[in-house]
Design a protein around this ligand. Structure first.
Ligand code: CU
Length: 480
């Protein structure tokens, strides 16, 4: 079974459940009139804000302004929608005497950031970041942490108001978990929100030791969301031809979302009109991330401490997430298309940048060969017309740009990539992913169809339905 068919099987199970909630909630919705028409935008208006087309609303103090309290299709009487963590797994638990028991293994991980680029990092249960712990408010949990590293570790559940002996604060509250040892944490979870677990030794944190913990509220938040994503942003510094991060650096050259660099980051795919939550977690060693979503305005509804009262929600296009902070954003996906979703720090939108020493470092020319023959070597050229970032004068060399057919195949093997423009992968690096808003029929085709969807076809169809097809040009043929 290929990656894609396996994923489809999994998705189908989820989507069947989703489809039934879709049907029920459409009739149960407590406000907003629904009118279907054959116009290019379907109508579903809330005081000037439309679920189906870019719109603001009439009055900034109105509950529906910028989609603030516009509901999704899921009913508030249902449990919250399960979390989606692109490129990360969910950690299974066993229930013992009414306690949810999780087994965590702190261990070295060999992570493929980009196809062909493997890095030696630290993580949990074979993954960096570690797998998702998804629980409910009111649960009692037991977390058994086994140290498979060659050095002591500490395990801290960040943000939890728990008995102090389980805080994992290095030495202040417990002795180190030595290699081979297991430490038991057990407590009642009275909170809800976006949390994470991590090593409490700084250099281990810089090596990647984090994993998300999401606690669903006892009562589903109103308005409920149809999809709920978690993205963890991290930075590493890994020198050329090395695989181990230098945790002492102040600048960073590899950037990952849930352990992968763009364009290997799996897109977030949603249906046109849905209400969507994305939880942004910054676990970089030293730097913040201004996370920007194209084509939409979102509401910041919570930070890592707790959900904010609705009166304190703020509409934004870019949310700055500082180190060890989390932000929850919510929006109505009312603008169909493939939208870039990324950190706006320029160094964070690149892969494996290394310093270039003047004009000397080039992929195909050694420094010695260059210096031996300065007369015939090209002069430094400061124009941007040179190709591929390899030419003299280009201020950085960026690895991971010349992608092999094999690497591209791997990137495109995700169902979530199907139908995007053939050049879409070229547009992403570092902390970049994409947010795809697809009309239901196109969503089903992309996520469920057993047939391959032609590159660019979904995008072209969206332009045809919602844009200006006469002026649209497809990606160059050689990329198809
Ligand atoms: Cu950033």
């Amino acid at each position: 079974m290929t990656d894609r068919t396996r994923r489809r099987g999994f998705l189908q199970a989820g989507l069947t459940a989703f489809a039934s909630s879709f049907a029920v909630s459409r009739t149960n919705r407590s406000f907003g009139s629904v009118t279907r028409s054959s116009s290019k935008w379907q109508e579903d208006e809330f005081d000037g804000f439309s679920r189906y087309k870019p719109s603001r609303g009439n009055d900034a103090d109105n509950d529906f302004y910028c989609g603030k309290l516009v509901p999704g299709f899921r009913s508030v009487d249902e449990s919250p929608v399960p979390i989606t963590t692109p490129d990360l797994k969910r950690l299974d638990y066993v229930e013992r005497d009414g306690v949810k028991e999780f087994h965590i293994f702190a261990e070295p991980v060999f992570r493929e950031f980009l196809p062909g680029y493997h890095m030696n990092v630290y993580g949990y249960n074979g993954s960096m970041p570690g797998p998702l712990i998804e629980i409910n408010q009111g649960d009692r949990i037991r977390v058994l942490v086994t140290n498979r590293l060659d050095e002591p570790t500490f395990f801290h559940m960040h943000g939890f108001e728990l008995p102090v002996q389980y805080d994992g604060g290095a030495e202040m509250t417990q002795n180190p978990i030595k290699p081979g040892e297991t430490f038991k944490y057990e407590f009642d979870v009275h909170e809800h929100g976006t949390f994470f677990y991590h090593s409490h030794l700084p250099m281990q944190e810089a090596m990647g030791m984090i994993g998300p913990v999401i606690v669903h509220p006892r009562q589903t938040f109103d308005p409920p969301v149809d999809r709920d994503f978690v993205l963890i942003f991290q930075n590493f510094f890994i020198r050329p031809n090395q695989t181990v991060s230098d945790s002492w650096m102040m600048d960073w050259n590899w950037h990952t979302i849930n352990g992968r660099s763009g364009p290997y980051t799996t897109p977030l795919v949603v249906k046109h009109g849905e209400r969507v939550r994305v939880r942004l977690i910054n676990f970089s060693p030293m730097q913040h991330h201004p996370i920007h979503l194209h084509g939409h305005t979102f509401w910041v509804t919570a930070h890592e401490g707790a959900r904010a009262p609705k009166s304190a929600w703020v509409p934004r296009n870019t949310e700055l997430v500082a180190v060890a902070q989390a932000s929850e954003i919510e929006l109505i996906a009312n603008n169909p298309g493939d939208w870039q979703f990324h950190c706006h720090m320029v160094h964070h939108m690149m892969n494996h940048m290394v310093e270039q020493y003047g004009p000397r470092l080039r992929e195909d020319v050694s420094v010695d060969a260059y210096l031996a023959d300065l007369d015939t070597r090209p002069q430094v050229q400061l124009s941007p017309t040179t190709t591929e970032g390899k030419a003299p004068g280009y201020s950085q060399a960026m690895k991971g740009m010349n992608r092999s057919m094999e690497a591209m195949k791997k990137i495109w093997s995700a169902a979530e990539m199907q139908g995007m423009r053939a050049s879409a992968a070229m547009s992403m690096a570092g902390l970049m992913t994409s947010f795809r808003v697809l009309p239901e029929d196109l969503f089903n085709k992309v996520m469920e169809s057993p047939n391959d969807v032609q590159k660019g076809s979904t995008f072209a169809e969206i332009v045809k339905r919602f844009g200006d097809p006469a002026t649209y040009r497809q990606a160059p043929k050689e990329m198809q």
